[in-house]
Write a protein that binds this ligand. Structure first.
Ligand SMILES: [Zn+2]
Length: 362
């Protein structure tokens, strides 16, 4: 799973100076934001500003801000660089909930299809390598149940307790690797687990046939490994369309077009999004710099470049994506005008929030 390449990517990060005190708005202000923007429907900059002042909101919409795609590996004990304990996984969800994040799918981010309540910040959860700690069945009173301490059990429990936080996730699974990582490591339940995930709104993504580094494969090899993933998954889910792929170890194919689509012995693949190993937040899907075929991720854990540190930095520097609550409108500070991807004005209403408006809310 790990490589010196991955370590090198991590070591190359230099983001230490950004992180200082948090000024998290917390839950009470999020309720006000939701109320206020819903009543105005963000009809004009003036309306948003006025309401923001009345409700003493700490921020205004910024849909050109950063979003996080969280990346998890093992869930279990003890906590280490590539393993999150069940307690810490729960803690992460709570932190996101308490700080006005809102779960969306990888595909929603890829296509900027963000139906997110006003004042909230979209984020996505991804889990790589399909170990048992992500999805484990256990027997309880003679019945098969999802282990409440595996990632899936924790997410489902959290979702039940927080109806305003519709958790979803993408599992980047491995169908043909060693048994401990093969489709959640309980061979008797492979089909049952994959079906459960799809039926309950989770996504199965490609982490390829058995975690091969695409950079080391020929063009034919890349197509074989990505097609064989599709073929193996379809043995359990005959009609399933694999839509996204996370690059094993973040290593690109020599021919990057083959990461997206290709064919091997009659089986085709066509990925709508490709995820990096990454260690930084993604730019907004509405940014001119966004590329759905190279989406950055943030690795969860106790290290310094974790979701909490990115969150604090983004709150402090006002660089976080903050929804205006209207999926058809992109609202952002006017000073970010040059960041908008050209052409989006045709698809969305675009509202620029003037500098004075920003000043007025202080
Ligand atoms: Zn992996």
């Amino acid at each position: 799973m790990l490589s010196s390449g991955k370590q090198t990517i991590l070591a190359a990060l230099a983001i230490s100076s950004l992180f200082a005190a948090s000024c998290s708005p917390g839950k009470s202000s999020s309720a006000s934001i939701k109320d206020s923007v819903n009543t105005t429907t963000a009809d004009s900059v003036k309306a948003v500003t006025t309401v923001a002042r009345l409700k003493n909101i700490n921020y205004i919409p910024n849909e050109l801000g950063k979003v996080m795609v969280l990346e998890y590996h093992l869930i279990g004990y003890p906590e280490d660089r590539w393993r999150r304990t069940p307690e810490n996984f729960r803690k992460d969800l709570q932190m996101l909930y308490d700080n006005d994040f809102y779960p969306v799918s990888v595909l929603d981010i890829a296509y900027g299809n963000l139906n997110v309540p006003a004042g909230k910040t979209p984020f996505a959860i991804t889990l790589d390598d399909s170990s048992a700690g992500q999805f484990r069945y256990i027997e309880k009173n003679g019945q098969l149940v999802v282990d409440p301490n595996c990632a899936l059990g924790i997410m489902e429990d959290f979702k039940k307790k927080h109806s305003d936080f519709p958790i979803t996730a993408t599992f980047y699974v491995l169908p043909a690797i060693k048994p401990t990582l093969r489709l959640f490591a309980q061979p008797e339940y492979k089909k049952q687990k994959l079906e459960w995930l799809v039926q309950n709104g989770y996504e199965i993504g490609s982490h390829n046939w058995y975690h091969s580094m695409l950079s080391k494969l020929s063009d034919a090899g890349v197509q074989e490994h990505l097609s064989m993933f599709v073929k193996e998954i379809r043995e359990f889910l005959p009609d399933y369309e694999v839509k996204t792929m996370a690059l094993p170890l973040g290593m690109h194919a020599k021919n990057r077009a083959l990461e997206v689509s290709g064919e091997f012995e009659g089986t085709k693949y066509n990925h709508q999004a490709v995820l990096l190993v990454g260690s930084v937040s993604s730019v907004s899907p509405y940014s001119k710099d966004f590329n759905r075929l190279a989406i950055q991720r943030v690795q969860a854990g106790e290290h310094t470049e974790n979701p909490e540190t990115f969150m604090k930095s983004q709150i402090k520097h006002k660089t976080r994506f903050v929804s205006d609550g209207d999926p058809k409108t992109i609202s952002a500070p006017e000073k970010l005008k040059d960041q908008l991807r050209p052409g989006l004005e045709k698809k969305y209403n675009v509202k620029w929030i003037k500098e004075e408006a920003e000043l007025a809310r202080k």
